[in-house]
Design a protein around this ligand. Structure first.
Ligand SMILES: O=C(O)CCC(=O)C(=O)O
Ligand SMILES: [Mn+2]
Length: 207
């Protein structure tokens, strides 16, 4: 691993590194403009679980791989469900990854999660990647989200924190495989998205 040293976090919660307000409003707006381009090339879709249950989050991806879930299960795919390649990860997103992680290696996937209304994400581990020594970096944009972080096993005590627009969270090292999820999004807490809601970007090295 080469490159500049990783950035020092503002807080560490169960080993997860939190960079509060790392992106100021102009940086958030610039990222949002980039994401509009991603969504134009690879529209948001509503994934279903292996059991056919719709997920409440709509999603798309950028990069060599995108994360998809359907009746065939969860996996990384080279193409959007429509059959088109995923658009490239915007340079601004890659710059943020390099700046925060200090890694020279680029992420393969930038998952874009869009939370509207009562959308949430149940406790899970990110474990569809080949090598868990690479960190996962996530960016929050828009309304505040109540994020829950737990343990390597499914049960046990958890801690909750509010992720706000411009916050960056890194799950790396011993925290890489911690269970985590989003219990709810607080409508009207941000003016970034004209119609409200929350966008989460999750950057991962896949293979
Ligand atoms: O929305 C978030 O903050 C978390 C998203 C997440 O955990 C995931 O997409 O795997
Ligand atoms: Mn996750």
């Amino acid at each position: 691993m080469t490159g500049p040293a990783p950035l020092a976090p503002d807080a560490v919660i169960r080993g997860a590194a939190l960079y509060s307000g790392l992106l100021d409003r102009p940086a958030q707006e610039a990222l949002l403009a980039d994401l509009r381009g991603v969504v134009a090339a690879a529209p948001l879709f509503s994934p279903v679980t292996r059991w056919g249950k719709p997920m409440s989050v709509r999603m798309t991806s950028a990069g060599r791989y995108g994360w998809v879930s359907d009746r065939r299960g969860y996996r990384y795919d080279r193409q959007h469900p429509s059959g088109v390649d995923w658009p490239p990860i915007p340079d601004r997103v890659l710059d943020l990854w390099h700046r925060v992680t200090g890694l020279a290696r680029e992420p393969d996937c930038c998952l874009v999660n869009f939370y509207e209304g009562t959308a949430r994400m149940g406790l899970h581990q990110d474990r569809d990647e080949a090598d868990f020594s690479w960190p996962v970096l996530s960016v929050s944009l828009g309304d505040d989200a109540l994020f829950r972080i737990g343990n390597l096993d499914r049960g046990g005590p958890t801690e909750s924190l509010w992720l706000r627009s411009g916050d960056v969270l890194v799950l790396g090292g011993a925290a890489r495989l911690l269970h985590h999820g989003v219990d709810r999004v607080a409508a009207g807490t941000s003016t970034l998205l004209p119609k409200g809601g929350r966008i989460n970007l999750t950057l991962r090295v896949v293979d």
